[in-house]
Design a protein around this ligand. Structure first.
Ligand SMILES: CC(C)(COP(=O)(O)OP(=O)(O)OC[C@H]1O[C@@H](n2cnc3c(N)ncnc32)[C@H](O)[C@@H]1OP(=O)(O)O)[C@@H](O)C(=O)NCCC(=O)NCCS
Length: 168
C-alpha cells in the first residue's frame, strides 16, 4: 500500500519479510531507551537474533507484521513496524507498534495502526487488544482517537485495552 504522511512524504506499507532481520538489528541499536521501554516494558541493550528472526517470520494470518518505509527517490527507508500476535483471549489479536525515533510524530504510527487492524480484519479478526504503559499518552491517544474501545483496565502501570476498528 502506498500513501502519504500529512507533510506529503510518500510512505509504503508492506508485509514483513524474513530478510528484514538484516536491518532490524542495526535499527534497534539506534532506538532511544524511551522508545525501547515503551515498546518492550524493559530496557534491552540488544535485539537478540533469535528474537529478530521470530519477529520477521510470520505466517501473515495468525501472526502478521507490516513495515512502513519512507520513499527516498528509488530507495525505501524502514521507519516503523506494526504487528499482531494471537492474544491470551483467542477471540483477540494483540497489536504492537514501533516507529523509529527520527520518524515519530509525523503520522506513521497512525498509518501503521490502521493498516495492521485492516490486515487483521481481512484475516477474520474483529477484536484487538494492546498493553500500553499508562504513561504512554501518545499511544493511548491514538487508540482513543482511532478505535472503538470496549475495555480499558489499568494494572500496575499498564493499561490493557480491548478495541475494534471504528468502521465495524
Ligand atoms: C506510539 C507510536 C507508535 C506512535 O507513532 P507516531 O508515528 O509517533 O505517532 P503519530 O504521529 O501517528 O500520531 C501521534 C499522535 O499522538 C499525539 N501525541 C503526541 N505526543 C502526545 C502526548 N504526549 N500525549 C498525547 N498525545 C500525543 C499527536 O498529536 C498525534 O495525534 P493527532 O494526530 O491527533 O495530533 C510511536 O511514537 C512509537 O513507536 N513510540 C515508542 C514505542 C511505543 O510506544 N509503542 C506503542 C506500544 S506497543
Amino acid at each position: 500500500m502506498e500513501t502519504a504522511l500529512p507533510d506529503g512524504t510518500p510512505v509504503r506499507i508492506r508485509p514483513i519479510r524474513t530478510s528484514d532481520v538484516r536491518w532490524m538489528i542495526p535499527a534497534f541499536h539506534r532506538l532511544s531507551r524511551e522508545t525501547i521501554y515503551q515498546r518492550f516494558f524493559t530496557f534491552m541493550s540488544d535485539l537478540p537474533r533469535p528474537m529478530a528472526e521470530h519477529f520477521a517470520n510470520v505466517d501473515h494470518v495468525h501472526r502478521q507484521a507490516l513495515v512502513a518505509e519512507i520513499s527516498k527517490g528509488i530507495s525505501h527507508q524502514p521507519a516503523g513496524i506494526a504487528r499482531y500476535e494471537p492474544g491470551e483471549n483467542p477471540a483477540q489479536a494483540e497489536i504492537a507498534v514501533l516507529v523509529a525515533d527520527e520518524y515519530q510524530n509525523r503520522g506513521i504510527g497512525r498509518v501503521l495502526f490502521h493498516a495492521i487492524m485492516e490486515a487483521g480484519r481481512e484475516n477474520g479478526i474483529a477484536e484487538f487488544c494492546a498493553d500500553i504503559l499508562s504513561e504512554n499518552h501518545r499511544m493511548l491517544h491514538l487508540l482513543e482517537k482511532e478505535t472503538l474501545i470496549k475495555l480499558s483496565k489499568v494494572q500496575q502501570g499498564v493499561t490493557h485495552v480491548v478495541f475494534s476498528p471504528k468502521e465495524s
